[in-house]
Design a binder for this molecule. Structure first.
Ligand code: F6P
Length: 544
């Protein structure tokens, strides 16, 4: 693979950036009255307005050249075909197979994986229907009313995000909770008001070795047995989602109650596998099918649409433009929908665990920036917290605004506009303000005294994307998640990194494993860390 910064499209973009860096969005809009309609694209029910970006037609064409020159189309084909593009783990990357329709076929190592995918989905559906319908009985014969998913990272963030996002479609008499943190507070608080006789735990872990999940699962079992007093109860109150059947069995969970997936599904790409069981329990098998259909629709858009009108490609390349040429360090995701409150947190793992890499596929240190810091929270709350910095701070922060034309909770304000109109007015106002700002002249013309005027100036020229969908449905959510999955993929290809491993989380895990015995209550062991770590461990041992 040639060096990224020496590619002709990269060199051309560098030169183009020198011309573009002071170009103002206001001027770009003034020069083209149709810019707002022209710089938009649509796919899988999502409308993307990318006109409020600091780009011209030439910028976009150069960015697409870069995508082509870095092999985005070839890598896309390789991913969908099940080639082992996760080279450090020698694995295929096939989360797209999880949402293929029943009649499709995806062959990996000579075997069609689609029938296996649907076999697991069918078993999940039977189980979910039995729990939802009250036919799956706990050990004492009572129906299950509470579901607690135990998992962390990809075995938690996707399910909890989707559960919250699709709460409108939930079976309301089921309580669904998520325990992830090894901090005992998480499990204690989430089980405090639950009755073990009516509680089902889903232990979700791809590896079934993750320290936090195993500790929480063991304590959950102890909690259950302290109520039900019989080890046989575990079979009625614990199910597992994992790729590791032996470890599941060793834990004491009946293999009949295990829902599997495959090593070609990365943890952060797994919420549409059996890892989504808690979501299926909440919204039902039909709702889950719709979610998968939304994913698939975006997969097809990504796979087939020309790069110039391809939503994930456009968003990825605009991200590269700011990250690598404007030096932007972060990217904010701002959903204007309370149901999407966990979406930014979910994207943090998806994006930062995927593209937080410092060497190329060939193992050479990169000499350019890779993944940005991803952050955000739902609007309008963020407006009253951190938007000040986005509007008037010194950092360039490209933002994605996400909104819906129809609300799931129509609520008229007595005597005023509806809540939803108020919400959406803020989406449109924020992107307008960020793009066009307010000049010193405009501030002075309002009669603001000269000394105060600079404080009231908005420079504008802050880039945003707006993603607009009709309504938040399981299908829309699936499309939205797949949009970001593929955006991350495209950026990883451009940066020539492996978006599908996560060795960066290993060192901390290993060191924690070493320190755990040193915190035991016996005599102080010989501590062989640096003086800071030794002192901290001693102080903890003395004062706990
Ligand atoms: O944080 C590292 C990681 O391996 C993630 O990639 C993964 O989603 C998470 O841990 C949980 O892993 P598991 O599902 O195997 O418990």
């Amino acid at each position: 693979m040639p060096i990224l910064t020496e590619l002709s499209a990269w060199t051309a973009l560098n030169a183009h950036h020198r011309m573009m860096k002071d170009t103002r969005l206001g001027d770009l809009f003034a020069a083209d009255s149709r810019r707002g309609e022209r710089l938009s694209a649509e796919g899988a029910g999502l409308y993307l307005d990318y006109s409020k970006n600091r780009v011209t037609d030439e910028t976009l064409s150069l960015l697409m050249d870069l995508a082509r020159e870095t092999g985005v189309e070839e890598w896309r084909r390789a991913m969908f075909a099940g080639e082992r593009i996760n080279i450090t783990e020698q694995r295929a990357v096939l989360h797209t197979a999880l949402r293929q329709p029943r009649e499709a076929s995806v062959v990996v190592d000579g075997q069609d994986v689609v029938p296996e995918v649907h076999e697991v989905l069918d078993r999940m559906a039977v189980f979910a229907s039995a729990v939802r319908g009250g036919q799956w009985l706990g050990f004492t014969g009572r129906p299950i009313r509470n579901i607690v998913n135990i998992g962390i990272g990809g075995s938690d963030l996707g399910p909890v995000m989707a559960y919250k996002a699709l709460r409108h479609y939930a079976q309301r008499d089921l309580t669904v909770r998520f325990v992830s943190n090894v901090d005992g507070t998480d499990l204690v608080e989430k089980t405090l008001d639950l009755d073990p006789e009516e509680t089902l735990f889903i232990v979700s872990s791809k590896t079934f070795t993750t320290q936090e999940t195993m500790a929480n699962a063991a304590s959950a079992r102890a909690w259950l047995l302290s109520g039900l007093k019989d080890g046989a109860a575990v079979a009625r109150h614990f199910v597992a989602v994992s790729t590791n059947a032996d470890a599941v069995q060793n834990f004491g969970i009946d293999p009949a109650n295990m829902f599997g997936f495959w090593d070609w599904v990365g943890g952060r790409y797994s919420m549409d596998s059996a890892i989504g069981l808690s979501v299926m329990l909440s919204i039902g098998p039909d709702g889950f099918s719709e979610l998968l259909a939304g994913f698939h629709e975006m997969d097809e858009h990504f796979r087939t649409a020309p790069l110039e009108g391809n939503l994930p490609v456009l968003m990825a390349m605009l991200g590269v433009w700011y990250n690598n040429f404007f030096g932007a360090q972060s990217h904010a995701v701002l959903p204007y929908d309370q149901y999407l409150q966990y979406f930014p947190a979910y994207l943090q793992q998806l994006d930062m665990e995927s593209n937080g890499k410092h060497v190329t596929l060939g193992g050479q240190p990169v000499d350019y920036q890779t993944g940005p810091v991803i952050w955000g929270q739902p609007g309008t709350n963020g407006q009253h917290a951190f938007y000040q910095l986005i509007h008037q701070g010194t950092k360039l922060i490209p933002c994605d605004f996400i909104g819906f034309c129809q609300t799931l909770n129509p609520l008229p304000t007595p005597g005023g506009p509806s809540h939803h109109d108020l919400l959406m007015a803020n989406v449109f106002a924020q992107t307008e303000a960020l793009a066009f700002g307010k000049s010193l002249d405009a501030v002075l013309a309002e009669g603001v005294e000269e000394a105060l005027a600079p404080h009231r100036v908005f420079e504008g020229n802050r880039p945003t994307n707006t993603i607009l969908a009709d309504r938040l449905t399981p299908r829309t959510l699936g499309a939205l998640i797949a949009l970001y999955e593929h955006k991350v993929f495209v950026q990883g290809v451009v940066w020539n990194i492996n978006s599908f491993d996560q060795w960066g989380v290993e060192l901390g895990k290993v060191l924690a494993g070493r320190i755990v015995p040193e915190l035991g209550t016996g005599p102080e062991p010989q501590l062989k860390h640096d003086s800071s770590t030794n002192t901290l461990i001693r102080r903890y041992r003395e004062r706990r």
